[in-house]
Ligand binder design. Structure first.
Ligand code: DLL
Length: 426
C-alpha cells in the first residue's frame, strides 16, 4: 500500500474505532467529553493527536472489564499481563480479534520465511501470557506443523528438536541461548538438527545476542515484538532485511512521543512508543503509552514492504524489568517486603544472567528490633528467607533468591534505579 492509501485507511478506521469506544466505553466517553471532543472531530489519522492517552494505570483502575467495549457474550478469550502490583491487566478478545491477531502472526512468520513445510516449536509459555497461544495460532494459519512445547523441560525439547527435525522455533532470546547450551551439554551438535528460523521476542535483546544465537543454533534469528495490551506477539516483526521491525500498522497505529512533554516526535527520533488499536473489538485502546523507547523508520524497505518500521527497543521510560520473559516492577517487590513486619523498606533487586538464564536476587534488610531479638539464629533466618521467597514467587510469577541483610547495610541513594542492579549486558 502506498503511504497515502495507508493513511486514508488508518484515518477511516480511526474514526470508526473512536465512534465505537465513545458509545461503548464510559471511560473514553468521559475523557473525550472533558476535552470537548466528539467522534466527528476525528476524521483523518492526523487528528489522532487530539485524543487522550491511555496508561497502564487506567487499565488497572478499570479492572477487570471497565475498558472492555464488546459485550461479554462476544468475548472468546481472556489473557492477563504479568507484572503489576495488585491487579493484572485483563485483555478480552472477540472472535474477530483472535482472527486479526492470528493473521498478523501469520504475516510475521511468512516474513521470516516459514511455510507449510516447516515443523515449528512454540516455546513461549502457554497460559495467561500471550506468547504461547498467540504464536501457536499463527503457525497453524501458515500451515506448518506446530509443536506446542511451551517452556521448561528443556532436555526433552532438545531431543524433540533433533528427533522430529524441527525447523523453526519461537521463544525468548535468552531461552534460545539456554537451549543451545543444553543441547551442547547433551552432545547434540548443529549438524544433527534442522533448525533454520527463530522468532525471538518478549524481552530486549541485542545484535550480539542475535549473532550468538544464530551461530550456536545454526538458524536465522528474527525479532518479534508485541504487548498484551495491544494484542500480544505480532505487533511488529522483522523481514529478511533484518533492519527494523515492520509494524502491522493497518491494525496498530504507532506514534513516538516525548515521555515528559507528551509531544509527538518526528520519525527518526527516539521516544516512547504509543499505539492505537484501529480494529480491535474486545478491548480497543486509544494512544496507549507502552513505555518502550524506540524510533520509527520511514521509507521503503529492501524487502518491498511499505509498512513503517520500528527500531529495537532501546529501554523503558519506567522501571519495568523483563526477567525470563516476565515483566517485573520493583514496586511489586516493595509491596511484598512492606507487607511483612520483619523487614525495613530497604531492598535491592540484583538481576544477572548466569549460563544464559536470568537470575533475580532480592536483598532486604531485617528491622533492628527483629534482628536482635527474633532472627538471631541461622535456622530462624533461613525460615524467614523461605517465607519471603514464597511470597515473592506468588506475586512475581518467577523464583527469586532471597538474601537477608543486617540493618543499615543496603546502600541508600536517591532516584528510582536505586533499587535495581542489572548486570545483564542487554
Ligand atoms: O511479551 C508479548 C510477546 C510475546 C511479544 C512473545 C513477543 C513474543 P507482555 O508480556 O505484555 O507481552 O510484555 C510486553 O515486553 O512492552 C516490551 O517492553 C517487551 N517486549 C516484547 N517484545 C519485545 C522485543 C509480550 N522483541 C513488553 N524486544 C513490551 C524488546 C520486547 N522488548
Amino acid at each position: 500500500m502506498s503511504r497515502d492509501e495507508m493513511s486514508e485507511l488508518q484515518g477511516r478506521r480511526l474514526h470508526k474505532i473512536v465512534t465505537y469506544v465513545y458509545h461503548n466505553v464510559p471511560f473514553y466517553r468521559h475523557k473525550m467529553q472533558a476535552m470537548d471532543l466528539t467522534p466527528d472531530d476525528i476524521n483523518t489519522i492526523e487528528d489522532i493527536t487530539k485524543l487522550p492517552f491511555t496508561t497502564k494505570k487506567d487499565l488497572r483502575d478499570n479492572y477487570p472489564f471497565g475498558l472492555q467495549a464488546a459485550p461479554q457474550s462476544e468475548i472468546i478469550r481472556i489473557h492477563a499481563s504479568s507484572g503489576t502490583t495488585g491487579n493484572p491487566t485483563i485483555v478480552g478478545y472477540t472472535r474477530k480479534d483472535i482472527g486479526v491477531w492470528t493473521e498478523c502472526m501469520a504475516r510475521c512468520l511468512t516474513s521470516y520465511g516459514v511455510t507449510r513445510n516447516d515443523i515449528f516449536s512454540v516455546s513461549y509459555g502457554y497460559g495467561l501470557f500471550t506468547g504461547g497461544l498467540g504464536a501457536h495460532n499463527g503457525v497453524e494459519m501458515v500451515g506448518a506443523a506446530v509443536v506446542p512445547a511451551s517452556t521448561g523441560n528443556t532436555e526433552k525439547h532438545a531431543k524433540l528438536i533433533r528427533d522430529l527435525g524441527i525447523t523453526g522455533i519461537a521463544c525468548t532470546p535468552s531461552y534460545a541461548l539456554y537451549l543451545a547450551e543444553t543441547m551442547e551439554k547433551m552432545g547434540i551438535t548443529k549438524d544433527q538438527i534442522k533448525l533454520r528460523v527463530g522468532a525471538f521476542g518478549a524481552e530486549p535483546w541485542t545484535e550480539q545476542m542475535r549473532e550468538e544465537i544464530q551461530e550456536r543454533l545454526g538458524l536465522k534469528a528474527y525479532n518479534l515484538y508485541g504487548l498484551s495490551e495491544i494484542m500480544g506477539p505480532s505487533v511488529s516483526y522483522e523481514c529478511q532485511a533484518q533492519h527494523g521491525s515492520h509494524i502491522c500498522e493497518d491494525h496498530f497505529y504507532p506514534e513516538i512521543i516525548n515521555p515528559v512533554t507528551l509531544d509527538k516526535l518526528p520519525n527518526g527520533q527516539t521516544g516512547e512508543l504509543v499505539f492505537t488499536t484501529l480494529t480491535k473489538e474486545g478491548m480497543p485502546v486509544l494512544r496507549y503509552r507502552t513505555r518502550d523507547l524506540c524510533s520509527l523508520m520511514e521509507g521503503e524497505c529492501s524487502c518491498g514492504r511499505t509498512a513503517v518500521r520500528m527500531s529495537r527497543i532501546q529501554g523503558r521510560s519506567d522501571d519495568m524489568l523483563i526477567i525470563r520473559g516476565i515483566n517485573v516492577f520493583p514496586s511489586q517487590v516493595e509491596s511484598v517486603v512492606l507487607s511483612m513486619p520483619e523487614f525495613a523498606p530497604r531492598y535491592m533487586l540484583i538481576v544477572d544472567r548466569i549460563n544464559n538464564l536470568d537470575t533475580l536476587t532480592v536483598q532486604v534488610e531485617i528491622r533492628q528490633e527483629y534482628f536482635t531479638s527474633v532472627f538471631d539464629t541461622p535456622a530462624a533466618i533461613d525460615q524467614l528467607e523461605k517465607k519471603l521467597s514464597a511470597k515473592l514467587k506468588s506475586v512475581l510469577s518467577i523464583g527469586a533468591k532471597v538474601q537477608l541483610k543486617a540493618p543499615n547495610t543496603i546502600e541508600r541513594s536517591q532516584g528510582k534505579s536505586a533499587h535495581v542492579i542489572d548486570k545483564r549486558n542487554i
